[in-house]
Design a binder for this molecule. Sequence first.
Ligand code: CTP
Ligand SMILES: C[C@](O)(CO)[C@H](O)COP(=O)(O)O
Length: 228
Amino acid sequence: MSEIGVLIPAAGRGSRMEKNINKQFLNLLGKPILYYTIKSFLDWRNDFEINIVLSPSEFKYFEDKLKPLFSCSENRFNLIAGGNSRQESVYNGLKNFSEEVKYVIIHDGARPLVSNDLIESCYQAAREHDAASCGVRVKDTIKIVKDSFSKETLDRDSLRAIQTPQAFKLDLIKRAHQVYKKDKALDDASLVEKLGERVYIVSGDYNNFKITTPEDLKPAEMILKERI
Ligand SMILES: Nc1ccn([C@@H]2O[C@H](COP(=O)(O)OP(=O)(O)OP(=O)(O)O)[C@@H](O)[C@H]2O)c(=O)n1
Ligand SMILES: C[C@](O)(CO)[C@H](O)COP(=O)(O)O
């Protein structure tokens, strides 16, 4: 294959979406959210290993409903069992790449609007700096609030809202996950930061938002419509 691994954590419950199915199986313009996420990578290039992390109870749904939407070989996708947290799910995915893989790109299943350019920028940044994430400048003023009163206003110029893709040398991100297995990290880059290693921040994309709550669905459909 190639030295690139793509890891898509998609084993969450989507509790903030308040629907009774995994939010990544909800449809946008008639196709599941996870379809668009995977398709974005296949449109970028097709010579990578891909580990898709799902709850084992969803493997059959993936095989029956999602796989047929791609014209790929039978074994194109490796399905990996997820864990109780995003961190555990990613770690399970990291442990299941072949020895050929040197760089891994980790991308939330719930971010279906990622562009080819952003994937490429993160991958190239990881090749140059070993660890990379993307992030967008914060548009609002951010304050620390305690007991309903403002305590401090943060310097907006140094703030970024962090997204995925995040891309790493595989041995580095695996080590970070091993060492900080018991921590509760919100993203993978923060585990690399804890090791004392630098993470390069690529300029992200406001359209690459995570589908988290019901009001995210309509804007996502609008963006997809514009792209067709
Ligand atoms: N145990 C988990 C939890 C999350 N994820 C994945 O990590 C990504 C980012 O997480 P988030 O959007 O927070 O998803 P959920 O945890 O499903 O959402 P919620 O917090 O609302 O339950 C999602 O693609 C989600 O499926 C995962 O693979 N395994
Ligand atoms: C990894 C991530 O998408 C970066 O923004 C985010 O931290 C996932 O966090 P969540 O708590 O699972 O929404």
